[in-house]
Structures are given as C-alpha cells and as structure tokens.
Design a protein around this ligand. Structure first.
Ligand code: GLU
Length: 486
C-alpha cells in the first residue's frame, strides 16, 4: 500500500478560521495515525483574496498548535514547490495532454459570444452553460486559429450522457448525471490554470492519498472525478467535512468573534484546549473520554468517527474543556499564564501573587476572566447589603450583622494571621455559636471581597489581604448592615 499522504491547502486570508484549522487537524491526524506524511501547500493564486503576511499566519498557527508538516514551502520536499503561485507554469502541459487524449479541447469563443449565449439561455430559463460551440471544431480550423494567435481557453470535455459516480468516505457514492456538467475551463486565456484544475493536478503530483476539505467543494467533486478518470490517475480518498455552525441556521463566521484561532487566543483559551475542542467538532471518539492531547488524538482518531452533520460551535463546552486543561497545569505553568492577568487588576505590591494564583487555578475557566475575579484585592468594590442574603448559606442581613460582629471580635484579638490561625479562630467561634459554617464564613467572604463568588474562601482572602485590611473591610460590612437595619 502507498504511504498515506495528506495535505492542508489553505488560501492565505490573514486569519485561521477554526473550520480550516479543523481541516488541517483531521488531515494531520489521518497522516500521523497511519505513519504517513502531512503536507502544507499554500493555494495563493486567487490574487483578489491575497493578503500580505497571511502565509506567515498559517505557518505560525500550525506550528503553535503542533501541526508540524513534513513537506511545505518553508522546509521544501521532493514534490515542491509548495506554493501554488510558483507552480503556475506546470499546468498547461497537463491540459494539453488531455487535448491530445480527446478529453479536453481548445475553445476560441470570445467574451461577447459567451455573454450572448448566456443571455439567451437565461431568457429561456435554461441553466447557463457553455454551449460546446468549439467542442468539435475541425482540426484544420483549430490549427489555423492557433497559428493566427486567436486567444483561447482549454475546456474539459464532459461526457454527454451517462452518470459520474464520485465516492466520498462520508457521503458514499454521489451519482451525478453528466448532462448537468459544464465543460469547465481548465486553462484560462492567460495560460494559467483554473482553481479546480490546479487543485487536482497538484494533489496528484504531490502523491496525496487522502483529501480532507470543506464540503463546499462537494458540488465540484464530480468534475474532479472526471478529471482523474481522463488522466487515468488514481483518485485520492475524499473526505468532505461539514461546516461548523454558530447555530442550526448560520455558519460560524468571522463576524461572530469566535471564528478564528486568533480570536480564541485573544480570549485567553489554551491552545491545547482549542485543538482538543476542534477535534470534537464533527468527530466523535469511540468511548466516553473527550480530553485528548494531540498525541492521544493521533491514536484515537478514526475517519469512521467523522460526522456528516454540521457541528455547532459551543462556547460553553470549549470553556469547560479549557477549564479542565487549566486544572491540569502544574502550579508553575498556571502561574506563568495567570500572573500577567492578575497584575492587570492587582497593583498592590504587598500581595503574594503566587498565593492568589493558587486560589485561582481551580476556578479559572479562562485566563481573561482573571482580572475581574481578583479586582477586589486592591480595593473593596461597592456592593449592596442584599448580597448578605444567601439562601444556601441561610444568611440574611440580620444574621450577617450578628456574625460579622462576632467575627470582628475574634479576629481583632488574633495574632497568628495565617490561614491555619484564622481557620482555628473562626471554627472555634462556629463551635461556640453552634451554627453552620456558612453562617460565619459567607458573611465574612462578602465583607472582605464585596462578592458572592471568589477565588478561595473567607479564610484565604482574609489571609491574603492581611489583618488590618481585612478588619477594615469587616467594619465596613458592619456599617453597611447597620445602616440597612435603621
Ligand atoms: N484552498 C482551499 C481553501 O482554502 C482548499 C481546497 C482544498 O482543500 O481542496 O478553501
């Protein structure tokens, strides 16, 4: 059997849509899971879409997530060049080979004629198609026109009848009646190939065995199949993957702000989590486990697990996966990501940032959420007394006032301002009062943070803030509740 060779053939657009990244990932996993090669080919011939520096974005993104290619523009390889615009001279000979074989033909029709034909077809409600005017020109006429230098294109000769069967791994056999197929242009008047033609020839010349691509190409697929047949080349395995959707009706688009890898990085996701999540968009692992490193994905991935239904991008799930990755970081790794985010909100110099990070790790879903989670450290935010009313903790403003007053007395006389010391003092109080922990701890948490949810609890935050600051905040809480009681 041939060595598996897959390719990622992006057009440089300046950003990496996660649908494209998923295509790259699937192609990579198929190659690596089968001991094959993953090839990068840049399809940059659509000059209108060309964006300066965009190729670099492709290199950077793929390298960042670990999808390293075995052959590609910057590292070379046996079937280069790997940038399509540098291959433009190679296609015409292949088209001429098809002319020779009677599978393609010269077409000398000018723009005016083609427009006329089109207008007539549209007026009579026929699907516009080339009317095959030049398909059977006599040899002498062709030669004469060529000698005169009449501009021409080369068109593929589609079978007039019968059906073409295109096989896709996911969709199975797709049967298309040949009569609906236009004699598509292979080589344009400037001698350059059309996109479809270049794509097929390139895949063949690069020995690609499996093509993973978006299913917007499915409608062109019968033409691809006929080209392979015309050349007598072996078709690669085709896997047309469904779109990634924002919801049932809408594709995830650049406007949605989650659509590109760059967007997700800016939002603070870990690249490992993003790759893991993208793998699950349209692919289902065999078992229950959903958390996979790239190496584990290579082991797990199987074409038969790819789905035919569109995958819906679910930010909540991505966040949950991200949180799992964050939990699994070592404290030092976590700190290296979290420190700049903590610093955005915490300017005080006397705060132990490593300690703050240790409180954050279990509760962080996204690094960009951190500033908001720790903004209470520098200054107690304004908060409403209603925060002291909490069903689960069974507190209300009357209970909280009483709790805070006792807490103040206990903590004022505490010298051992450590988590253990604070813990011991507060639990002694709880015991004396014979109350539930939350009756004491919840009001204290609110008093020291101005929030109902915090990284760490009342004890950790009090320790972090220091005795003086904590007591000042408890007094403030008492004041607020007393005003409320008046
Ligand atoms: N250059 C195409 C794109 O970026 C890829 C087509 C293909 O993979 O065959 O959409």
């Amino acid at each position: 059997m041939n060595k598996v060779r897959t390719r990622f053939a992006p057009s440089p657009t300046g950003y990496m849509h996660i649908g494209n990244l998923r295509t790259a990932l699937f192609a990579y996993l198929i190659a690596k899971g089968n001991g094959g090669d993953f090839i990068l080919r840049i399809e940059d011939t659509d000059r209108e879409r060309y964006v300066e520096g965009a190729t670099q974005v492709i290199y950077d993104t793929l390298r960042e997530v670990g999808l390293n290619w075995d052959e590609g523009p910057d590292i070379g390889g046996p079937v280069g060049p790997y940038i399509q615009s540098e291959r433009m001279g190679m296609f015409k000979d292949y088209a001429l080979e098809l002319v020779e074989k009677g599978e393609a033909y010269y077409c000398f029709c000018d723009k005016e004629r083609l427009e006329e034909v089109r207008a007539i077809q549209e007026a009579s409600g026929i699907m516009p198609m080339y009317d095959r005017h030049c398909r059977d020109l006599p040899k002498e006429e062709i030669e004469k026109k060529l000698a005169e230098g009449v501009p021409y294109v080369i068109r593929q000769k589609m079978p007039k009848e019968g059906e073409v069967v295109f096989h896709d791994e996911l969709y199975g056999d797709i049967v298309t009646p040949c009569e609906v197929l236009d004699d598509q242009i292979l080589i344009k008047t400037d001698g350059m190939p059309t996109y479809n033609f270049a794509n097929v020839v390139d895949d063949h010349l690069m020995g690609i065995t499996h093509v993973v691509r978006g299913n917007e190409y499915l409608s062109s697929a019968p033409k691809y199949a006929l080209l392979y047949k015309a050349f007598g080349w072996e078709e690669p395995v085709y896997i047309h993957v469904e779109h990634i959707m924002k919801d049932k009706q809408h594709k995830l688009s650049k406007r949605d702000g989650d659509a590109s890898f760059q967007d997700l990085m800016k939002k603070g996701y870990l690249k490992e989590a993003v790759i893991n999540y993208i793998a699950l968009l349209g692919w289902a692992p065999k078992g229950e486990e959903e958390i996979f490193t790239l190496d584990e994905l290579i082991e797990e991935f199987d074409i038969s697990g790819i789905s035919k239904s569109p995958a819906i991008f679910d930010p909540a799930k991505l966040k949950a996966i991200n949180a799992k990755y964050i939990k699994n970081l070592t404290p030092d790794e976590f700190y290296s990501y979290a420190e700049p985010k903590i610093r955005e909100a915490v300017k005080r110099e006397d705060v132990d940032l490593k300690y703050v990070a240790s409180l954050l790790q279990a509760r962080t879903e996204l690094f960009t959420d951190i500033p908001e989670m720790v903004d209470f450290i520098d200054a107690l935010p304004d908060y409403d007394a209603s925060l002291y009313t909490h069903k689960k903790s069974k507190t209300n403003s009357v209970i909280a006032l009483d709790s805070l007053k006792s807490v103040l007395l206990v903590l004022e006389s505490l010298n051992d301002w450590t988590t253990d010391g604070i813990h011991e003092a507060l639990f002694k109080l709880i015991e004396q009062k014979g109350c539930k922990n939350a009756i004491i701890l919840y009001p204290l948490r609110v008093a020291v943070s101005g929030k109902a949810f915090t990284p760490g609890g009342a004890i950790e935050i009090s320790f972090l803030l220091g005795k003086e600051e904590s007591l000042a905040r408890v007094r403030k809480g008492i004041e607020l509740l007393e005003e409320e009681a008046e």
